[in-house]
Design a protein around this ligand. Structure first.
Ligand code: GLU
Length: 287
């Protein structure tokens, strides 16, 4: 389908397991918003997490989405002007962005383990489904000390230093005005991992900017990530897209759906013989 408006939206699934109804409902909202705007919908495979990633899931993901009624204008299987559409094939772009953050002195290497951070910070951060503990200020290196070269510090994660006390805000398309205080609601966060791989925050912001997204539609568990990504856009001199965060789907017991809910995977539903129309029944396009 040829887009006749500047709207660009995306579906950004991670092939770490079978897609479930929760993903599908969020993606449906993304697709409805792109179509209503007469814009383009891009499928990007967020397959960086090599340890959990399996080729079978990547294929199953596209197949299940097509079965459920999704169509995309650009993607790993159909190509497009922003190819490649698999994050595992876009590493040079992320590395270039990391270089810019390094030149600007906004990141530092951190050899603390997640356990060190949790022990020093106390419980993981409450709220918005975010499980990142607040990085303790005492672990930060002195900003006046020269940064080691990138690559000179293997075995370290690189973190972005957040501007303590700054109030960040955006107007969400569904939730309205949102704000968070850097250093209080979220702390310094990893942008590059010690296994030489970008984190979700960096890869996602770089791709949404490079792929020209005008609106990002995703689950509301990612609202706090949006604030982190706003800092990355700013550091890279890019303007952020609009955001629209969808409600999360809960199971019968009120627990958020996850890939371990096998019975609610699109694959299992399809195997039971349900139709895609019955799956989508009752999904409010307004999300
Ligand atoms: N790949 C992420 C996920 O499957 C979505 C990230 C996003 O939409 O920004 O949870």
């Amino acid at each position: 389908m040829k887009a006749d408006s500047p709207y660009r939206g995306r579906l950004a699934p991670s092939p770490t397991g079978y897609l479930h109804l929760g993903h599908a409902r969020t993606f449906w909202t993304a697709q409805c918003r792109a179509r209503a705007a007469g814009g383009a919908l891009v499928l990007r495979s967020e397959d960086l997490d090599a340890a959990r990633f399996s080729l079978d899931f990547a294929d199953a993901m596209l197949e299940d989405l097509r079965w459920a009624g999704f169509t995309w204008d650009e993607g790993p299987d159909v190509g497009g002007p922003c190819a490649p559409y698999r994050q595992s094939e876009r590493l040079p772009l992320y590395r270039a962005a990391l270089g810019r953050l390094h030149e600007a002195g906004l990141i530092y290497p951190c050899s603390r383990s997640r356990r060190d951070v949790i022990e020093a910070a106390g419980a993981p951060h409450e709220g918005a489904g975010d499980d990142e503990p607040l990085y303790p200020a005492a672990f930060r290196p002195d900003p006046a000390r020269p940064l080691p070269a990138l690559g000179a510090r293997t075995g370290a994660n690189w973190r972005l230093r957040v501007p303590d006390g700054e109030v960040l805000g955006f107007v969400d398309g569904r939730l309205g005005p949102q704000s968070a205080v850097a250093g209080r609601d979220f702390g310094d966060f990893p942008v590059w991992r010690k296994d030489d791989c970008p984190t979700y925050q960096l890869a996602c912001a770089v791709d949404d900017a490079e792929m020209g997204m005008t609106e990002v539609v995703r689950g509301e568990d990612l609202v706090r990530s949006t604030f982190r990504q706003l800092l990355i856009y700013r550091a890279l001199g890019r303007s952020p897209p609009a955001f629209y965060h969808c409600p999360l789907m809960l199971d019968a017991g009120g627990v958020r759906l996850a890939k371990r809910h096998d019975a609610l995977s699109l694959r299992a539903i399809r195997a039971r013989g349900d139709s895609p129309e019955s799956v989508r029944l009752g999904w409010d396009p307004a999300g």
